[in-house]
Design a protein around this ligand. Structure first.
Ligand code: SAM
Ligand code: SF4
Ligand code: SF4
Length: 348
């Protein structure tokens, strides 16, 4: 039953590798394409306006479908699942999905990326359901800057309350992601670093990426991770840290005084495709083998046409076996304008 790129030890999960020798290890699951924010770099309101056609319920995978597919992916080497969106906490009954995944896939680690807007109401239920980790997106501590970036006038204070609720519920470790856009929030990098360090949380600065085709990306708007490190280092000296595992996307730096760490995700200026072990499932059931892919593989059709686990597994092995994506390494002026899936469909 194993194809040429698959191997297994005993009765454990398969390890399948792609054409560049990269194993399949992580699955990001977008549980909705909707969001209550309109971040300028992700879902600009001129495009995602009142008349935008989001997916109807019938086209979105059910919890049963997601859980079954995730189990088959786990049989093919997936060890970590990240729930994302759109905004994952907008999906009704999300804790039920977490519980189903935990019960169905022994040992699976489940993380979630969220804008934290609904965490005050949901943190406890998410924790009880078994959510292991959480990443909160917060681009600035400056209220005016943050309100302008999310473009729905959402205040920083409520994100901070959401983080506190997640801490109180015992979900941890908590990470904070901040996308940096030149001239927009780069002047607020150091205060955010100080604030997060004082609270013992982990901060990652993300280079603004040319995901999708709707955010009007320009290289000039990217603040290289090296510049971010330099800015912080001037006030809070930093030392480089070694990677913890293969595929770790953040380059990590520790504060020289031992007070914690900060990372930069340099997908534009120093890409890491060679270690990319992630597959992404869109809310409507397509798998994308790269954040910048134009098309995915439709698994919803297989889930709904009576295909067996074995038949679905075969498609996973074929898809991963053919994978040779390395968009960020070959990015050029031409690729920036190529058709690509939107971030809000596959969740980063
Ligand atoms: N709504 C959730 C959130 O914002 O955390 C989850 C989905 S969001 C698409 C996942 C992550 O992608 C967020 O941390 C967001 O900041 C990041 N992101 C979105 N557009 C981006 C872009 N153009 N470049 C870099 N990161 C981006
Ligand atoms: Fe929504 Fe997250 Fe995209 Fe912002 S980054 S618009 S919160 S999906
Ligand atoms: Fe992975 Fe594609 Fe990003 Fe490279 S560009 S790291 S292959 S998602």
């Amino acid at each position: 039953m194993t194809s040429s790129n698959a191997s297994t030890e005993g009765n454990g999960p398969l390890t399948i590798t792609d054409r560049l020798g990269r194993p399949l290890r992580d699955l990001r699951i977008s549980v909705t394409d909707r969001c209550n924010f309109r971040c300028r770099y992700c879902m600009p309101r001129e495009v995602f306006g009142a008349d935008f056609a989001f997916l109807p319920r019938s086209e979105i995978l059910s919890f049963e479908e997601i859980t079954r597919l995730a189990r088959i992916f786990a049989d093919h080497g997936v060890q970590k699942i990240r729930l994302t969106g759109g905004e994952p906490t907008l999906r009704a009954e999300l804790p039920t999905l977490i519980q189903m995944l935990k019960e169905t896939i022994p040992g699976i680690e489940i993380a979630m990326t969220t804008n934290a807007s609904l965490l005050v109401q949901q943190a406890e239920k998410l924790a009880k359901a078994g959510l292991d980790r959480i990443t909160v997106s917060l681009d600035s501590l400056d209220d005016d800057v943050f309100r302008a970036m999310n473009d729905v006038n959402f205040p920083v204070a409520r994100v901070l309350e959401g983080i506190e609720a997640a801490q109180a519920a015992g979900i941890g470790p908590i990470k904070v992601n901040a996308v940096v856009k030149r001239g927009v929030n780069d002047h607020t990098i150091v205060p955010l670093a100080k604030f997060i360090r004082e609270r013992g949380l982990i901060l990652r600065y993300i280079e603004y990426m040319d995901v999708g085709t709707k955010n009007g990306w320009r290289m000039d708007d990217v603040v290289p991770g090296s510049e971010v490190v330099e800015m912080i280092s001037k006030e809070l000296p930093l030392e480089p840290m070694d990677a913890q595992y293969r595929g770790e996307v953040a380059k990590r730096w520790r504060y020289a005084d031992g007070s914690g760490e900060v990372g930069v995700i340099t997908s534009v200026t120093a890409p890491f495709c060679g270690d990319c072990t992630r597959a992404r499932l869109s809310a409507e059931g397509s798998i994308y083998t790269c954040l910048f892919a134009a098309a995915g593989t439709d698994f919803r059709a297989l889930l709904r046409n009576g295909s067996s686990d074995e038949e679905i597994g075969l498609v996973i092995r074929e898809m991963w076996g053919m994978r040779d994506d390395r968009y960020s390494e070959i990015r050029s002026d031409n690729t920036v304008h190529m058709p690509k899936v939107e971030m809000s469909y596959i969740g980063g």
